[in-house]
Design a protein around this ligand. Structure first.
Ligand code: ADP
Ligand code: MG
Length: 238
């Protein structure tokens, strides 16, 4: 299980404060979507949760333990990026198993985990292929597969579907929702796309200028937006 708490988290790059003291509670197995316009701080917030970016001040807690000084590999989470850089010379199977190989997991165990993830993602027939022989959607599934094999309790997604065409995006949204059910994991999903937020989230976090404007269910935000920005962004009639 995994809960996550942010307490007065601040991020400064030089003199610029891009995250302005964010407080947030995420429950075990929640599907939380960070949404907001480009440059509002979504990726920075996610990268601090992942441990890829330091916190200027404030605390990040996973399962009530302070993570500020814990390295990314020790946080029990896995991140899927928009630019899913697969290793071009490796097969799908080797791409998916690579982090396990780095961690010294024996071949038989590695292979079993990769096959299990491949089965969840319907990638089994493609395990021997190289990335260049895959479609965009298949590549994105391999990138998700790389995260699944590590058995993380928290998945972090940074605009994972933005390189895909519209119909594939719809299909991948459905697959991610199914994955969330199947894996019983906590998921944090970053997007600038209101429709993705409204259709996928248990809880939406609306960001603007490094500040949380509102946190709530899609229905709460739609029917009770706290201000014009949220209303405009969510597309509510208010
Ligand atoms: P989003 O993901 O919502 O588009 P980002 O988190 O990438 O926003 O960026 C938030 C703000 O922080 C932007 O103004 C961006 O220019 C700035 N920023 C992000 N990363 C860095 C960095 N490494 N150095 C300086 N400024 C950065
Ligand atoms: Mg971003």
């Amino acid at each position: 299980m995994a809960t996550l708490q942010l307490k007065q988290v601040v991020k400064e790059f030089g003199d610029t404060r891009v995250i302005q003291g964010v407080d947030l509670d995420i429950e075990d197995r929640e599907f939380v979507v960070f949404v907001g316009p480009s440059g509002c701080g979504k990726s920075t917030l996610l990268r601090m949760i992942a441990g890829l970016e330091s916190v200027s001040s404030g605390d990040i807690l996973i399962n009530d333990q302070r993570m500020n000084d814990v390295g990314p590999a020790e946080r029990g989470l896995a991140m899927v990026f928009q630019s899913y850089a697969l290793y071009p010379h490796m097969t799908v199977e080797d791409n998916m198993g690579f982090s396990l190989r780095l961690a010294g997991v024996p071949k038989a165990e590695r292979s079993a985990k990769v096959r299990e993830a491949a089965s969840i993602l319907q990638l089994e027939p493609l395990l021997d292929r190289k990335p260049k022989a895959l479609s965009g959607g298949q590549r994105q599934r391999v990138a998700i597969g790389r995260a699944i094999v590590r058995n993380p309790s928290i998945f972090l997604f940074d605009e994972p579907l933005s390189n895909l065409d519209a119909s594939l995006r719809v299909q991948m949204r459905i697959e991610l929702a199914r994955l969330h059910d199947e894996l019983d994991a906590t998921m944090i999903y970053v997007t600038h796309d209101q429709i993705e937020a409204m259709t996928m989230a248990d809880k939406i976090v609306v960001l603007q200028g490094g500040v949380i404007e509102q946190v709530g269910s899609p229905m709460t935000l739609y029917h009770h937006p706290r201000n014009r920005f949220v209303a405009g962004f969510i597309g509510s009639p208010k």
